[in-house]
Design a protein around this ligand. Structure first.
Ligand code: F6P
Length: 739
């Protein structure tokens, strides 16, 4: 930045105006003072004169007048005086005779007003002061005396004031301005110039130039602001570049079509079978009708898009009360019902099977065993027997379905079927078998309390590939095998060799169906008050939680942190509502029934505590919701809160992020959910820490749009690059590569 001539001239002009103003004020004061002094002095001289010679005005002798004038000049430095008798008769000493014409009008004014009058006038080059004094006398004639003096000295004094003071003020003001300007130039402008250089560097992409600079203290706030703007711009630029790169290499993103081609190559006409306990579509009676629902399950959210993309067969337990009415004679039904893409084969569990295999060993034994959520596992002999039986029943059906297949690909889902891999391989050694464990694997000591840990490990190690969400869970599994079985754990390639068979143990963080096409979907946001109106409520901000009601999901802890948040931030009472969608799950198990009651009671208690008209702190929607019913909450909520006390992945977190096509909103995510390793743009919490979780809610609600954007876009990019199609491709490629 440079000083231009016009800038300097403006300063000189401004300084001149200021100096002129000051000097004018001073000289005007001085002139008034000198004028007044002169008047007082002449009045005083005239008084003295009258006192010394009371009848001198009767004098008509010219000589005497000259002598008196001479004495007045010597004593008082007067020019002289004049005696006025009438308009045509005025006597004066000779040196002031030429001034009489200036005086006549004043004399008349003084006589009329009967008061002394002083005034200035100019005669030639001289500035004269005249003082007219009327004289009262017994004959009542109009007599007056006029004194004259040279007032030129007043102009001289004023002139010198103008000269000294104007120049003085001007120089002072000019110097102060110049020094200030120089300080600004060297101090502030240098800093500003640096900021200009930064801004330019950011604009031109020369990002390495953006480094901290020494600066003046008072510029600290500006410096910090600019630094964070630079940082944000930097990040935004990097993100935009990343996004652009992603789009330009769109073929790098996995899509259903790409997966289909990949699978055709990998499978080479071999059959692919997915096996799970929970079926992807459940037919249930609804009055006289039958309706088809998708159960609440992360496993289904993940697997369904793969089957849709590549057809194949899905074998699962038929648990809907209208399931038998909707299958053909082979127990099969084409799904999805509205546009069939693959086949679902249902297998029927007896009541006893369900009680011991599903509720018993799977959900009262293995589930709490694998989740560190402080619910004690229960191991019953009968449950274990049925667990083995149902695994064998599924094995039979799988073998039946692959009777004519030399090398089918069998993808087993979850902890319900730990024994299946070995059962299949025993009969069909060439089958490619993988088991994906959707839940965590605990440390060897924790797992060691299971009375049938050996059988479970041996069953699983029948597979060619065992998948977990994280490397951490793989390591726990390998350590457990190391502790329990006679086998070789090869840490260099994370595999186990046992009785001549190798099983690879690898992480495959599961995901959702999110492609570039979905990335650009422009979903409409709905205002909080509109979303809540059907429940008779109103609110300004909304948080959303979507969970199966399960003690591992930390729903009670979530409610406690909402309560604490409102306690600490009363201004949000009446303005913020947390909507908890909770699908009841496994309710025949006591610990689940207790969790439902605890969740309901907490919601009621907290709502009563902060009671307000047309408003609730927590809206608990305790029923099964379809994806379509959940979507508006995902799209429109201010934040989503996932508080799992322990969770393999948690796809709710990913679904929420994927829904945010405006790149806004915030995710609060438990550090104990596998998703927290990938979604680092989330506010990561320990859900047991109620105080900090409450603060996280405040942080989420008050986060700047820029911050939301940065975090959200980072997470959306992670998901689009690691979607469920890339998950499936990576898992199947690994399976195919194993000999
Ligand atoms: O994601 C883990 C999981 O156990 C899935 O296997 C299962 O479908 C889901 O949770 C829901 O549980 P459930 O099938 O017992 O209702």
């Amino acid at each position: 930045m440079k000083f231009t001539i016009s800038f300097i001239l403006s300063i000189i002009f401004a300084v001149g105006v200021v100096a002129f103003g000051f000097t004018f004020f001073q000289s005007t004061n001085e002139r008034t003072k000198l004028d007044r002094e002169l008047e007082v002095r002449i009045a005083h001289i005239s008084d003295e004169l009258f006192k010394a010679n009371p009848s001198f005005f009767k004098e008509t002798d010219h000589l005497k007048i000259e002598l008196l004038a001479d004495s007045l000049r010597k004593q008082f430095n007067l020019l002289g005086f004049a005696l006025y008798f009438n308009y045509d008769s005025i006597l004066s000493n000779s040196s002031v005779t030429r001034l009489l014409n200036y005086s006549k009008a004043y004399i008349l004014r003084s006589l009329t007003a009967d008061t002394s009058v002083g005034s200035f006038f100019k005669s030639g080059n001289m500035q004269i002061y005249q003082y007219v004094r009327p004289i009262r006398n017994s004959s009542r004639s109009n007599l007056a005396v006029v004194f004259y003096t040279d007032a030129g000295y007043i102009d001289k004094v004023i002139g010198s004031i103008w000269f000294r003071n104007f120049i003085g003020w001007f120089i002072q003001a000019f110097l102060v301005s110049v020094i200030t300007l120089l300080l600004i130039r060297w101090g502030i402008l240098n800093q500003v110039n640096k900021i200009v250089v930064w801004a330019k560097a950011i604009r031109t992409g020369n990002i390495r130039q953006i480094k901290p600079e020494p600066h003046l203290d008072f510029l600290d706030p500006l410096h910090k602001e600019i630094e964070s703007i630079a940082k944000a711009m930097n990040e935004a630029k990097a993100t935009a570049e990343e996004e652009a790169r992603l789009r330009s290499s769109a073929e790098a993103i996995w899509t259903p079509e790409r997966l289909k081609v990949e699978m055709e190559n990998l499978l080479q006409n071999r059959k692919m079978i997915v096996v799970s306990n929970r079926e992807p579509y459940m037919h249930i009676h609804d009055g006289k009708d039958i309706k088809c629902i998708v159960p609440a399950s992360g496993m289904i959210t993940a697997m369904e898009p793969i089957l849709k993309a590549c057809s194949g067969l899905w074998i699962a337990s038929g648990t809907g009360d209208a399931d038998r009415e909707t299958v053909n004679k082979y127990n099969k039904v084409e799904v999805p019902p509205e546009e069939p893409k693959y086949t679902l084969r249902r297998l029927w569990l007896t009541k006893e099977d369900e009680r011991h295999f599903y509720y018993g060993f799977s959900n009262e034994g293995l589930w709490p065993l694998c989740h560190i959520a402080h619910t004690r596992p229960i191991f019953r002999n009968d449950d274990w027997k049925y667990y083995k039986k149902v695994n064998e029943d599924f094995a039979k059906v799988i073998l039946e379905e692959t009777r004519d297949e030399e090398q089918p690909f069998i993808l087993i889902q979850d902890f319900h079927f730990a024994l299946l891999p070995e059962l299949i391989k025993r009969e069909k050694p060439n089958a490619k078998v993988a088991i994906f464990w959707h839940i965590p694997w605990p440390n060897p000591e924790s797992f060691g309390i299971c009375p049938w840990q050996r059988e479970i490990l041996i069953g699983m190690l029948g597979a060619d590939l065992i998948g977990f969400h994280t490397q951490y869970h793989c390591n726990h599994f390998l350590e457990t095998v190391n502790n329990v079985l006679e086998s070789r754990v090869l840490w260099e390639d994370f595999s186990v060799k046992k009785a001549g068979h190798t099983t690879f143990v690898k992480p495959f963080p599961i995901s959702i169906a999110f492609t570039l096409k979905d990335y650009d979907v422009n979903a409409t946001k709905i205002k909080a008050s509109e979303l809540l109106s059907e429940f008779g409520l109103t609110s300004r901000f909304i948080g959303i939680g979507v969970d199966r009601i399960d003690y591992t999901k930390g729903i009670v802890e979530k409610f406690l942190s909402i309560e604490r948040f409102l306690e600490k931030n009363p201004s949000y009472v009446g303005k913020f509502t947390f909507v908890q969608i909770g699908a009841p799950s496994r309710t025949l198990i006591k610990s689940y029934a207790d969790t439902v009651s605890a969740v309901e009671n907490e919601a009621i208690r907290i709502n009563l505590r902060f009671k307000s008209k047309n408003w609730k702190a927590i809206l608990l929607l305790k029923k099964h919701h379809s994806h379509e019913q959940i979507a508006p909450f995902y799209v429109s909520a201010d934040f989503c809160m996932v508080t799992s006390l322990h969770d393999g992945m948690n796809l709710v977190a990913k679904e929420f992020v994927a829904s945010r096509n405006h790149n806004d909103g915030t995710l609060i995510l438990s550090r104990f959910a596998g998703a927290s390793q990938e979604l680092q743009g989330a506010i990561i919490i320990n859900p047991y820490d109620i105080e900090k979780s409450a603060d996280a809610i405040k942080q989420a609600l008050e986060m700047t749009k820029e911050d939301q954007y940065q975090r959200m876009i980072q997470m959306r990019l992670v998901i689009v690059r690691h979607n469920i199609y890339s998950w499936a491709a990576s898992l199947l490629r690994t399976m195919a590569s194993i000999n």
